[in-house]
Design a protein around this ligand. Structure first.
Ligand code: 26Q
Length: 767
């Protein structure tokens, strides 16, 4: 489209839809018109991509944390700059689209990974479609009230949903024993970089099937009609805000079956429409299960294939050549286990298939060591491993842990099933779009094209030794810090001088991620500065972004604790020229896009063995940020790529953790380290006020109480952590430090999700 056509389309859409002109329209109105103009633009390409390939891959995921679509889509279409200019000529500032909601249909890492993977699939021209749930409400909006987290509804469609088409005619029926619902698909285009390939993200919305109960209407039982409706629509009503467990919730089980069934029905129907025999479906589709949440797709597939006339054994083997499974966590409580009684009651046919599968495994392995159902509990991961082709972890270390411990028995029997696919992030959103300043510098030095061939960043490495480039890097970092600082002042009312070191921890709040240890380190510097023990400490701003699951008491306690520290530190004139602390409100994808480019330090401090991969670590790295972290998840590979000497590594390794845990006594550490003791005691000595909530005491107890005392070795790793943190503080600002920043960007090529997707295509999907 040229300028004339584009502006005409936008103006026509404004007139037709909202009775408005560019002069009178509101921001959401312009947003819808611009988005729909782009949708019109891509229609032909999208349609032809749907038909083009022999084999397609379905990425089944309960979460797609896509974030804001408009900038990324226009960018990938190669028209963001032009559209920005055209709109500007007409007096419209496209950056006002920043007030459009993020689509947060995911909790964190797993959901954001799914979004990066779809974008990369389209970019490298792999026919990869996403299948998920169109939640009416996404992840809650976070607010702070006296420093306590409060949750508010996330109405992500407030400004409409111009990036989806409702495909009513492709609805399917999903049946539970007590009622049936209609799954209505909404299709979003997934536009690859360059706009040549457009794949589909199909999200299912639950509705009432058919028209409502007329008999009830006749007899004026409006309440019954309304109730039926609510029951149906409740299934896709809201995302569970939990990134580890949600035990035994019946609605969650319905959600899982709902989208698994709808997706499999859809795929089988399309296959049959092409006139292809069901036995050959494995030649035309591969399905990737994003953790265990979509595992019902397996028994559902077997059930439906049997309806097509195949015997169980044939159907089972067919499933085995269609499904693959990615594990994202070794947290025991996150491995889904469902009550078989409940499955039997709600999904009797699925229960029968699962029982048949269990009988098959018993026959194959009479020892009983491998099982799908045990003590009336279905182990969803086991179902996925047994009835799937490949199983992968998400970073090298994580995959080793899966093979050695989590799924050891399975690995012994099926070593060929297991492989690693290290996570990645899309460099379009996480470098090109969020950091246009650095991107321009990169392009100036190595030319264009790195956006879709990220290994080329390697060509930057030689510039690490070039003071001029180093300084240009540092200047851009300063600029991004200025921008973030302005934004944080506006949003949070906290001043972060850009001259300060920006030390950032941004990720879900979880004990294993050890935000508490970071908080303790702030108090460590706080007390030492006050006592004059840190004369050379370079001013540092500690920035946190995190949501806690609403029912996760200790995680919420840590948020309150950090907010209390922020209050004290920022208002203490003795230290606030050296320390600032801010917990940003409602950290989400769009906030991340502002934070990552502005960080000097990337905190990746999980207890070794706990973080499957991490993907924030990669985003920071691409933006020239050094990692302060443990040898965990993909940090290990970041060190391998950039050289360990360019990161700041501390803490117990996985092996050491194992040793330490044999007889760990956190009290001993606490009693023998007065400085640390004083810090820990601020949780209950009146230094901070948790307003009678009991949260701080509970957090303290997690370090000492009972068998699980300091489960994540906060006290054990603390000293090594502050040692390295202080070393980093000394190094900051030196020539060598800036060289490290350059080397991080230069060696980030491996962490493009393009690479990850090509790994899947080659080693898992056999494309
Ligand atoms: C399970 C049952 C019921 C309700 C919710 C859940 C649930 C939801 C989300 C369980 C787990 C999750 C999310 C897990 C997750 O985000 N894991 C992260 O995945 C990233 C991508 O692979 C990794 O980088 C992170 O290390 C890992 O923590």
């Amino acid at each position: 489209m040229n300028k004339e056509e584009w502006m005409n389309t936008v103006e026509t859409l404004l007139k037709a839809n909202d009775g408005a002109s560019l002069e009178t329209a509101t921001v959401p109105e312009v947003y819808r018109a611009v988005s729909r103009a782009a949708m019109a633009d891509i229609y032909d390409t999208w349609e032809s991509c749907k038909k083009s390939s022999k084999k397609r891959v379905g990425y089944l995921s309960a979460e797609f944390l896509v974030g804001r679509a408009v900038f990324s889509n226009l960018y990938n279409l190669g028209i963001l700059g032009e559209v920005r200019d055209w709109m500007k000529e007409r007096g419209f500032d496209i950056s006002s689209f920043e007030e459009i909601e993020d689509a947060a249909l995911g909790n964190g890492g797993l959901g954001r990974l799914a979004a990066c993977y779809l974008e990369s699939g389209a970019t490298v021209s792999i026919p990869l479609d996403g299948y998920g749930i169109r939640y009416r409400y996404g992840l809650f909006r976070q607010e702070f009230e006296n420093g306590f987290q409060r949750e508010a509804a996330d109405d992500w469609q407030r400004c409409g949903d111009p990036w989806s088409y409702r495909r009513e005619d492709e609805s399917v029926l999903v049946e539970f024993s007590d009622f049936a619902v209609r799954a209505v698909p909404y299709d979003m285009p997934v536009i690859g970089y360059g706009g040549k390939t457009i794949n589909t993200l199909r999200l299912w919305q639950s509705e009432q099937p058919g028209s409502f109960d007329f008999a009830a209407f006749d007899s004026m039982q409006i309440d019954k009609i309304a109730k039926d409706n609510v029951r149906c629509e409740s299934i896709s009503y809201a995302l569970y805000p939990n990134d580890s467990t949600e035990k035994g919730r019946i609605l969650r089980l319905r959600q899982e079956y709902f989208f698994a069934s709808a997706s499999v029905q859809d795929l089988i129907r399309k296959h049959k429409q092409k006139g292809l025999p069901i036995e050959k479906i494995n030649e035309h589709i591969s399905l990737q299960l994003n953790d265990t949440h979509p595992v019902f797709a397996i028994p559902e597939f077997i059930r439906l294939v049997m309806k097509e006339g195949l015997k169980f054994e044939k159907a089972f083997l067919l499933a085995r050549s269609v499904f693959n499974f990615t594990n994202h966590t070794i947290l025991g409580e996150a491995l889904e286990r469902l009550d078989m009684k409940r499955v039997r009651k709600l999904l009797p046919e699925i229960a029968r298939i699962l029982t048949k599968m269990q009988a098959r495994i018993e026959k194959e392995f009479p020892s009983g060591k491998l099982f799908l159902i045990k003590d009336e509990t279905v182990h969803m991961a086991n179902v996925a491993i047994y009835a799937g082709n490949k199983v992968n972890g998400v970073a090298a270390l994580h995959t080793e842990i899966l093979k050695e411990s989590t799924f050891r028995d399975w690995y012994e029997v099926y070593p060929e099933k297991f492989l690693n696919v290290t996570n990645g992030v899309t460099p379009r959103r996480w470098l090109a779009l969020c950091n246009p300043e650095l991107s321009a510098l990169i392009t100036e030095k190595i030319g264009d094209g790195w956006q879709a061939d990220l290994e080329r960043l390697k060509e930057l490495e030689k510039y690490a030794d070039d003071p001029e480039v180093r300084h240009a890097f540092a200047e851009i970092k300063y600029l991004k810090k200025q921008q973030l600082s302005e934004y944080v002042l506006k949003r949070e009312g906290v001043e972060l001088p850009p001259e300060f070191i920006f030390d950032v921890q941004a990720k879900r709040l979880h004990e294993y991620k050890r935000q508490l240890m970071n908080a303790f380190s702030i108090l460590y510097y706080y007390f030492r500065i006050k006592e004059g023990k840190e004369p050379n400490f370079k001013p540092t701003a500690f920035i946190f972004g995190a949501k806690a699951a609403p029912a996760y008491w200790n995680a919420k306690g840590v948020i309150k604790f950090i907010n209390a520290i922020a209050d004290k530190v920022n208002n203490d004139p003795e230290v606030n020229d050296k320390l600032r602390v801010v917990f940003v409100t409602d950290y989400n994808v769009s906030y991340a896009e502002k934070i990552m480019p502005a960080a000097d330090i990337s905190e990746q401090i999980s207890m070794a063995g706990m973080e499957a991969s991490g993907t924030g670590n990669m985003k920071f790295m691409l933006n020239g940020t050094v990692t302060l972290g443990t040898m965990d998840g993909a940090n290990v590979e970041i060190c391998e790529e950039a050289g360990r000497e360019n990161e700041y590594i501390f803490g117990a390794t996985v092996e050491e953790v194992k040793e330490i845990k044999k007889n760990y006594n956190p009290r001993e550490i606490y009693n023998s380290d007065p400085e640390l003791k004083r810090i820990v005691d601020t949780l209950d000595d009146g230094t901070f006020d948790d307003q009678g909530s009991g949260m701080f005491r509970s957090v303290k107890e997690s370090l000492f109480g009972g068998w699980s005392a300091d489960h994540y070795l906060v006290l054990k790793d603390f000293r090594d952590y502050v040692r390295v943190k202080s070393e980093l503080n000394r190094d900051y600002g030196s020539e060598e430090f800036f060289a490290k920043c350059v080397r991080n960007t230069a060696n980030g090529g491996k962490f493009s999700s393009d690479r990850s997707i090509l790994d899947y295509a080659k080693n898992v999907w056999n494309l």
